[in-house]
Structure formats: structure tokens, C-alpha cells
Design a binder for this molecule. Structure first.
Ligand code: SAM
Ligand code: SF4
Length: 347
């Protein structure tokens, strides 16, 4: 089992299978001028699978596919099927904006995918369309419906909370009474914008021509999210929002802390990379679509795997994975901005 220099067991890998996306969420990607990596710079599925075989031998047991939007890449279903056959991999999961999920949920399930995280920041179709710059809420709701129908378990929602978007968080909390859905509120992170420029500009993470910037004012700490849900939930008669024990939490160990209203079928989680960072428990590596292995979301230090995946031996791949692991920092430094955007890292 691979451990890093600080004794953390590393068993989880996020793989971004594409940098492309059919949406343009304001906090993730600029509206215009995104330059996609040329196809020959993107890992083929075969190269990703070579990586996965060696990573599994080194103790990776769980993989999450992400992007960009993973479902826009042709061949993803067969890729899932082949990953499910890799010895040592126990679970393959997906993070998706779910706009295309209703069309392929059954095939993904049949291919062996077991769990799905859907990103959805508002249940108001106008706000949703504004946040995603053109996404249709109805498509996502159909995707969630299909996820339950075909039996993904668990189904989680990822909601990035951004103050100026004015999201109604109680609408999400009410959904946990309708079905066993696990809604996770994520603190808005200052990713992208170009690390040096953004640090130098005093904490503003420049994003796009329309002037959407990460600012401290838009950041809502988890403590505030929980307090507002607890207060509003009690006022609506939903009861007291109580912590869920770690061993009962959906998906077990992970960065979220979970809570539940007494009669709810699902849970409410918070993920607090800024206010409560979970570096001491971090168990993950990230592989970008162009083959860079990142040991920390917030660190721009990367190992370039592409050449060894194309021309090297399994031993070369293994050595580079170990080298990347040795650079995993003990904790992130709360920096503002990274050279890559979130869509290029995969969340
Ligand atoms: N396109 C897929 C989706 O949206 O689920 C997968 C890729 S997306 C980059 C992965 C996750 O990162 C999503 O849940 C998204 O909301 C989250 N994300 C993107 N930018 C973020 C930011 N600045 N702060 C916090 N989460 C962010
Ligand atoms: Fe696309 Fe996901 Fe980024 Fe939204 S968060 S722009 S859906 S990659």
C-alpha cells in the first residue's frame, strides 16, 4: 500500500479524462477563449488504463472519473468497463454535470460504474442557466432521476456555494426528504486564474472577460452554511440538524462531514477545503487529461506521465508515480489561484 512522506495511505485517484466541457460554469471556466488541449496531448483511454493498472498495483483501490465533463468524451462507457476489470480496483465512480446522464446512465451502470456525484448549484432554472452559462436544469434533473432508476448508490450532489449567486440552500435540504440523496455543500475555492498573477493581485482570482473573480466576499465558510441550514430547517419544522457518525456516512471516509435532519432519507454534507482543510487525511492523487500527476489540488507541482505512458515500461510508470508521491505536501498553503483551471484538474 503506497504511503507518502507523512505516512498517509494513498488509495484514491481522480482521473480527468478530458479538459472539454459542454458548460461554462462561472467559477470554473471562462466563457470565451478556452483553449482545449490538442488531441495528441490528451491521454488515450489505453494510456489511462496502463496508468490505472500500475496505480492499482501500488495500492490505489478507488478511481473517480472527472473532467472537464467526462460524459462528453466518446468511448467513456467502454473505458469504465475496462477499468472495472483492472485487478485491485474496487470502485469506479464518476463526477458529472449530469446534462448527458439520462442518455447513458443505464449503459454506465451495466459497465460497472457504481457511484455518481452530480454537480448542481441551483434548483432555480434561471440561476442554473446563469451559473452554467446556458445549461438546462431539466436535463440535470432527468440525469438525477436516471441515476436513481438504474441504481447508482450513493448518488451525491455537489453544490458550490458562492455568496453572490444567492442560492437557496434549503431547496437542496428538502430534497434529502424525498430520496436517499446526499447533498454536499462545497466551499468555493480559488483555483485557476494563474497562480502568480492572482497572488500578486492580493487574493482575487481573475477568471474571465466578464469579470467573474474569486473574492473573499464570495467565499462562504461551511460553518455559516451549516448554521443557516440548521436555523432555517428548525424554523420549517424539519427538526434538528444532527451530525452523522463517520461509519454511517455515505461513502465512508472522505473530505465531507455529514449531517442529517431526523426524518430525512439522505444527508447533508459540507466540504471545507478552506476553513477546515483535510490535508491530514488526504488520500488522493490526481491525473490530468494531458497526463500530469498532481499530488495536491492546490500545488502546481506535477509529474509528467505522458511520455512514460506512451513509451515507458510499467517500472518507469511506477517510479514516476512514487516520485510524485514523494512531493505530496503535508498541507496546502491556502494560496489563491493555480496555474491550471479547475476544469483542467478535475476538482
Ligand atoms: N464537469 C464535471 C462536474 O461539473 O461535475 C466534473 C468536473 S468539475 C471541475 C468537478 C467539481 O469541481 C464540480 O463539482 C464543480 O462544481 C467543482 N468546482 C469547480 N470549480 C470550483 C471552485 N472554484 N470551487 C469549488 N468547487 C469547484
Ligand atoms: Fe464544466 Fe464541471 Fe467546470 Fe461546470 S464545473 S464548467 S460542468 S467542468
Amino acid at each position: 500500500m503506497a504511503t507518502d512522506a507523512f505516512g498517509r495511505r494513498i488509495d484514491y485517484l481522480r482521473i480527468s479524462i478530458t479538459d472539454r466541457c459542454n458548460l461554462r460554469c462561472v467559477y470554473c471556466m471562462p466563457q470565451e477563449g478556452v483553449s482545449w488541449k490538442p488531441y495528441d496531448e490528451i491521454l488515450t483511454f489505453e494510456e489511462i488504463e496502463r496508468f490505472a493498472v500500475v496505480a492499482a498495483q501500488e495500492g490505489i483501490s478507488r478511481i473517480r472519473l472527472t473532467g472537464g465533463e467526462p460524459l462528453v468524451r466518446k468511448g467513456v462507457i467502454d473505458h469504465v468497463r475496462r477499468l472495472c476489470d483492472v485487478t485491485g480496483l474496487e470502485r469506479i465512480a464518476l463526477t458529472t454535470n449530469a446534462t448527458l446522464l439520462s442518455q447513458c446512465a443505464k449503459d454506465l451502470r451495466d459497465a460497472g460504474l457504481s457511484r455518481v456525484n452530480v454537480s448542481l448549484d441551483s434548483l432555480d432554472s434561471e440561476v442554473y442557466s446563469r451559473v452554467t452559462r446556458g445549461g438546462r436544469l431539466a436535463d440535470v434533473l432527468a440525469g438525477i432521476e436516471a441515476a436513481f432508476e438504474v441504481g447508482f448508490d450513493p448518488v451525491k450532489l455537489n453544490v458550490v456555494v458562492v455568496r453572490s449567486l444567492g442560492q437557496d440552500l434549503m431547496q437542496f435540504a428538502r430534497m434529502t426528504f424525498e430520496r436517499p440523496l446526499h447533498v454536499r455543500f462545497i466551499e468555493y475555492m480559488p483555483i485557476g486564474g494563474g497562480a502568480e498573477g492572482s497572488v500578486a493581485s492580493g487574493g482575487s482570482c481573475g477568471m474571465d472577460a466578464e469579470g467573474f473573480h474569486w473574492t473573499r466576499d464570495d467565499y462562504v465558510p461551511s460553518s455559516e452554511i451549516l448554521e443557516s441550514l440548521a436555523t432555517n430547517g428548525a424554523a420549517e419544522g424539519l427538526g434538528e440538524l444532527m451530525p452523522v457518525a463517520r461509519d454511517e456516512a455515505p461513502g465512508g471516509w472522505g473530505p465531507a462531514r455529514y449531517y442529517r435532519f431526523p426524518k430525512a432519507l439522505g444527508t447533508i454534507g459540507v466540504i471545507s477545503p478552506r476553513s477546515h482543510h483535510f490535508c491530514g487525511e488526504c488520500n488522493r492523487l490526481r491525473l490530468t487529461a494531458d497526463g500530469k500527476l498532481r499530488a495536491c489540488l492546490f500545488s502546481d507541482e506535477e509529474a509528467d506521465m505522458r511520455e512514460v505512458l506512451r513509451h515507458g515500461s510499467p517500472e518507469d510508470i511506477r517510479a514516476l508515480i512514487m516520485q510524485a508521491l514523494s512531493t505530496k505536501p503535508e498541507s496546502h498553503s491556502m494560496r489563491v489561484g493555480t496555474v491550471r483551471q479547475m476544469s483542467q484538474i478535475g476538482g
